[in-house]
Design a protein around this ligand. Structure first.
Ligand SMILES: [Zn+2]
Length: 84
């Protein structure tokens, strides 16, 4: 009975780690997309990796297509602007 419970919690934590990994991978993809967009457009990168104000990952609040096609100038979580 104990073994069964252990197995269950083990498989749950593996699943969580995988989901975590996917989130991080997607985040990296979005950060790269934004950097590439800024380079191509010849504009400075305003976006910090984490928001100065709330400490969240800025790209988490934007879609990949938004990171590919426009400049991220603020945090959608706390409405902090990175352009002063
Ligand atoms: Zn913020």
């Amino acid at each position: 009975m104990y073994a069964k419970i252990e197995n269950k919690s083990f498989s749950t934590s593996v699943k969580d780690n995988r989901a975590d990994y996917e989130i991080k991978r997607y985040r990296d993809e979005k950060e790269k997309a934004q950097h590439d967009y800024c380079l191509k457009a010849g504009i400075p990168i305003f976006m910090p990796k984490t928001c100065y104000s709330c400490g969240k990952n800025v790209v988490d609040f934007y879609s990949l297509s938004e990171c590919l096609t426009g400049i991220l100038t603020g945090c959608r979580n706390c409405n902090k602007s990175f352009v002063s």
